[in-house]
Design a protein around this ligand. Sequence first.
Ligand code: DX5
Ligand code: ZN
Length: 223
Amino acid sequence: MKHLIAPSVLAADFTKLYDDIKMVNNSEADWFHIDIMDGVFVPNISFGFPVMQAIAKHAEKPLDVHLMIVDPDRYLKVCKDSGAAIITVHYEACTHLHRTLAAIKELGCQAGVALNPHTPVSLLQDVLQDIDLVCLMSVNPGFGGQKFIERTYAKINDLRSMAAGINDALLIEIDGGVGEKNAALLLEAGADVLVAGSSVFSAENPTEAIQILKNVEHSAKQI
Ligand code: DX5
Ligand code: ZN
């Protein structure tokens, strides 16, 4: 499978969001990455469901929603009703992760789990078969434009080996500090989905930045 590109709307120009949504629609991007923050789980607040609904009205590609909020169960239904195709919750924010994943599936969405940089992938061992996507945070969540954490490559490798034979369809998504410089290495390590915020929206030509990420040359290992 060719890898997927998910531009993070957090880095878009909110004063011309419609134009940025159209740009993504007309680009080679696969998904819209939507970062929802509560100011509690992460030290920042982004935007909420009314804004996501506005995005959903114009987006022609699936919304990949990254919930950086405590107790996300409270918002799963509104998240689905606001247009989510994939709902990703944080391992660190869920006391009953297995139940939360089941609730996401019951809504008809794909279920993702995000791991902070300090959280080992081994903690997913017992829910691996219930997950469609694992989002490995390659920065501490909360802000765009941060420096990529190099340890992420090893985590991708570990997760890919761990999932082999248990969940071969698992998508590994990398979020934070991703751009033209590290895309090939991430794909070679086994990543399937690249989230890109500032490297896309701060580029002189965002459409071209997406195109470059989508067509990056690599020799991804086959499992
Ligand atoms: C960070 C968010 C990311 C962010 C990535 O908490 O989860 O999705 O938008 O931004 P860049 O690509 O600029 O690191
Ligand atoms: Zn994100």
